[in-house]
Design a protein around this ligand. Structure first.
Ligand SMILES: NC(=O)c1ccc[n+]([C@@H]2O[C@H](COP(=O)([O-])OP(=O)(O)OC[C@H]3O[C@@H](n4cnc5c(N)ncnc54)[C@H](O)[C@@H]3O)[C@@H](O)[C@H]2O)c1
Length: 354
């Protein structure tokens, strides 16, 4: 495309700043409009970044502005209506994770993209992490063999972000839908996108959001408060159609020493651990060997993942690049998350319909 790509950002809270920084780093992109139902937050965002066209109603923005794409950075319960409206208005969409509140909404979004012929990319930002990219290179060349088991965890001791994150009606759930979605997607992506066939999960709601704890920093929703009706912790075993399985644990509140994130893959030829840096475990000449690929990790890991994610979205729009994180993957993740919550509620394994 020989003109600048015009982007609108819907939702100007915490994560929108990472989308904005990503777009701002690209010479061929202009963020020309923004929307938030909180007018003060919207105005602060507009003046900070020089975005002039500001709207409190996304439908008005979508009908008035000529945009090539929009980033949806709002509460989970508004992803589906906003994405369907944006696609219907002919805009390409980058939607934050989780894709939606449930599978039905996710399928409606995917179908709206098909109908409009526009792109619906899901913000599975971990796919754009360095470890994920390097590990995928090793996997694609066959160095891990067949991956048959994975372990993933994303645990916070006192990290409930509060506000809408802790309000089931607006979030769809707690750490499982918010943090679990990242690592479940990362494993599925690295395994070559097998479909899940069943989930057995437990969730616990014993501690609450630890609103009164002092002396710590935590990621907070823009409208932080003490209301909480989501789980503290979830654990699940996910079976895939290729026979592989994933054990996953996530928490917002848990009595552990430190917050941690871990992801391990176990293959017939080698295993891999992605955190804190990628390592590969194998055997060679009758010796066990540990392989540590050399790469620069950098100290802005989170920011850089968003830079690569937004650059990829723009590359898809401007140059027709093949989307690394398409809508169907979001639908598959919603099926897993929905089955996990259903399993925890029923107290037994839940089979995922084809
Ligand atoms: N990829 C990641 O690592 C990551 C990290 C944090 C949050 N997120 C996702 O980003 C999204 C936003 O999270 P956040 O932390 O920025 O929350 P936030 O509370 O800081 O900001 C959300 C903003 O959306 C606005 N909003 C909500 N519904 C709206 C609507 N219908 N129309 C206009 N504005 C609306 C709110 O007023 C608020 O300003 C969520 O889906 C969350 O899961 C992703």
């Amino acid at each position: 495309m020989d003109r600048r790509i015009k982007i609108g950002i819907i939702g100007t809270g915490g994560i929108s700043h990472f989308h904005m920084a990503g777009y701002a780093s690209l010479v061929n992109v202009e963020v020309s409009a923004a929307c938030d139902m909180d007018e003060n937050r919207l105005k602060t965002f507009g003046s900070k970044y020089g975005v002039r066209q500001l709207y409190t109603d996304y439908n008005e923005m979508l009908s008035k502005e000529e945009l090539d794409g929009v980033s949806i950075c709002t509460w989970n319960n508004s992803h589906a209506p906003i994405a369907v409206a944006a696609l219907g208005a002919g805009k390409n969409v980058l939607c934050e994770k989780p894709m939606a509140m449930n599978t039905k909404e996710a399928e409606e979004m995917r179908d709206a993209a098909k109908k409009s012929g526009k792109l619906l990319m899901i913000g599975f930002v971990k796919r754009f992490g360095k470890e994920t990219g390097i590990c995928r290179d090793f996997i694609e060349k066959g160095h891990l063999g067949d991956i048959y088991y994975a372990k993933a965890s994303y645990l916070r001791r006192c990290g409930n972000p509060g506000g809408w994150f802790a309000d089931l009606k607006r979030s769809g759930g707690g750490p499982l839908i918010d943090l679990g979605v990242h690592v479940i997607d990362q494993v599925r992506y690295l395994m070559g996108r097998p479909d899940a066939v069943s989930v057995s999960a437990v969730t616990f709601n014993n501690i609450g959001m630890r609103y009164d704890i002092k002396g710590i920093e935590r990621y907070k929703a823009s409208d932080y408060n003490s209301y909480c009706d989501v789980e503290d912790m979830a654990s699940a075993l996910i079976r895939f159609d290729n026979g592989a399985a994933l054990a996953v644990e996530t928490s917002f509140s848990l009595n552990i020493k430190e917050d941690s994130a871990n992801l391990e893959l176990f293959g017939t030829k080698a295993g891999a651990r992605l955190e804190p840096k990628l390592e590969i475990y194998s055997q060679m000449e009758d010796y066990l060997v540990d392989i540590s690929p050399r790469y620069h990790k950098g100290d802005k890991v989170f920011d850089e993942m968003f830079m690569r994610e937004t650059a990829h979205f723009v590359d898809c729009i401007a140059n027709g690049a093949n989307c690394l994180s398409p809508a169907q993957d979001g639908v598959e993740l919603m099926k897993i998350l929905e089955a996990a919550y259903a399993s925890a509620k029923a107290g037994k394994e839940v089979v995922i319909d084809k």
